[in-house]
Design a protein around this ligand. Structure first.
Ligand code: E4P
Length: 221
């Protein structure tokens, strides 16, 4: 399963990229609004695309298909690894077909049902983003949606990648991998939790303590 980082925070993106943990980035207008400040938005977006080699999702703001297409083209011109995020609406799917016809990658976002996911795949979406956390928030089983989409896409050999979004905790990530999702996009706080384990920390401390007690040092060659 590929791992994307779900943030627009350039410091977090740099740290995760340096650690070799991420294959791409997803942003949305809410995430950008938290970090962009006075920066030039195009420069800021371009900087993100330079930190990772993989896909960087940048979202349109227009809600009509013509506007989405035109904004998508503008965003795609920032860098080769830009993928355009469009919402899962009728206009969004029209824009998806047009952008895909021009060879631009599209991430269809705000997916909350299996029927929406099938329609997005038929429109040629590169990625479909089902939001598991937001479904859990309203007492639905977000991960059930991932399993349903996996089954439907496999039934028909659809190659749209399932990008699990709105991940809130490590269990979402593990379940996504067990279902066979293609990508999980993970906020920084969850990403670092995936890496850490208290028994790993305790184990390192014990090894170092025992080595010190026995005066063990690594011989240099
Ligand atoms: C990613 O593509 C989504 O924009 C993001 O995962 C949404 O997460 P949230 O529901 O925590 O805002």
């Amino acid at each position: 399963m590929k791992i994307f980082i779900d943030t627009a925070d350039i410091q977090e993106i740099r740290r995760a990229a340096r650690a070799g943990l991420i294959d791409g980035v997803t942003t949305n207008p809410s995430l950008l609004s938290k970090v962009v400040g006075d920066a030039n938005i195009a420069d800021y977006m371009k900087e993100i695309t330079e930190v990772v080699a993989g896909p960087v999702s940048l979202e349109v703001l227009a809600t009509d298909s013509e506007g989405m297409f035109s904004q998508g083209r503008d965003l795609a011109s920032l860098a080769d690894n830009v993928v355009i995020k469009v919402p899962l609406t009728e206009d969004g799917l029209v824009a998806t077909r047009r952008l895909r016809a021009e060879g631009v990658g599209v991430n269809v976002t705000l997916c909350f049902s299996p029927s929406q996911a099938l329609l997005a795949a038929k429109a040629g979406a590169t990625f479909i983003s089902p939001f598991v956390g937001r479904l859990d928030d309203i007492s639905h089983q977000g991960m059930e949606l991932i399993a349903q989409i996996r089954e439907i896409y496999d039934n028909y050999g659809l190659d749209t990648e399932i990008l699990v979004a709105s991940i809130r905790h490590p269990l979402h990530f593990v379940e996504a991998a067990m279902i066979g999702a293609d990508v999980a996009t993970v906020p920084p706080a969850v990403l670092w939790k995936l890496l850490n384990h208290p028994l790993t920390d305790r184990g390192i401390e014990a090894f170092l303590r025992d080595a010190e007690k026995a005066n063990i040092e690594i011989p240099s060659t």
